[in-house]
Each structure stands twice: as structure tokens, then as C-alpha cells.
Design a binder for this molecule. Sequence first.
Ligand code: S3P
Length: 177
Amino acid sequence: MLAQIKIGGLMKDNIILIGFMGSGKSLIGRLLADKLSYRFMDMDEKIEEQENCSISEIFTKSGEAFFRELETNFLKQLKLNSKTVLATGGGIILKEENVKQLKALGTVLFLHADFNHIIKNLKEDTTRPLLMGDDKEMTIKRLLDEREGIYLSSADVIIQTSGKTPDHIINEILSLL
Ligand code: S3P
């Protein structure tokens, strides 16, 4: 049984999705919100709207540290009504204060995808600035190594997604509510 729940089946009213790039946070988030008649919010999209600029452009023009500040400021100002599914960017867990804020906002659910699943999803991707270097696979491996433990320790609920259809994943999440 890979789905794991640490909070005794009691989900708070907002669901916060964390996980590595390409783990399906936006897709699963939209489907889940739809099923629950919750509102869906994608943090990266909100930051792009706010800055009137793509994430790639923000990285190129102002660098990663600036983007991380945008993420933290966005979260600080975010007031969620209940019944929202929030998909976060993969690096949101890099700052402890972000994780604290996410936990205050809702139940933090980690979509855990394995390396092969992530590679498959991101092979052709050109929108993730952190993966635009020479060796995408090596970069993914390194970032996964750096982050895996933080995702795990930040999560209230862990859902294994590799090899599962979106429907299967949604049903697994719904069964925990
Ligand atoms: C990032 C993940 C991206 C985006 C940015 C940085 C990361 O979001 O926030 O490119 O550091 O993992 P997704 O996880 O939605 O791809």
C-alpha cells in the first residue's frame, strides 16, 4: 500500500498538491477540483499572470532567486477560501517558510512520481528553465535526490502516481477524504 495518510483520514478543506516537475500536479489538480466541485488554482499560472511574463522569461530576466521570492510572496499573500485545490511549482518546498504556509492553508498532498515517469513526461518539455541544460536526465536525477526527502517530510498525504491513470489517482485521493 503506497498511498499513505498521516492525518487519520481527515482532510482539511483545501488540498495543496506538491511534487516534482512532470508529476501531474496541474492535470490531477484540475480533475480533482472538478470531481469535488472545488476551485482550482495553479500557482505558476498565477505568478505568470501577476508578472505578465512566462516562468522561463522570469528565470532568464531575473534569475531563480527572484522567482523563489515571487513564490514566497505569493504564498504569504494568498488567502484561500475553503474548497480549493492548489497546484504548486515543484520547487516550492525548498523554503521551510513556504512549507509552513502551505500546511496552514490546507492538506498537503505529495504526488510521488518515479524517475522514469518524470523523464517520460518531461522528455520533450521546453518550458522548465531548470531543465534546459545539456543533460536533462542528470539534472532531473540530481534535483530528485535533493528534493525527495523534503517532499516526503512536507506531506500530510503521499500518493504514488507512477503507472497509474489519472482516474486511478483521483479515486485513490477521493477514498482518503
Ligand atoms: C520548478 C517547477 C516548475 C516552475 C519552475 C521551477 C522547480 O513548476 O515552478 O520552473 O523548481 O521544480 P512545475 O512543477 O509545475 O513544473
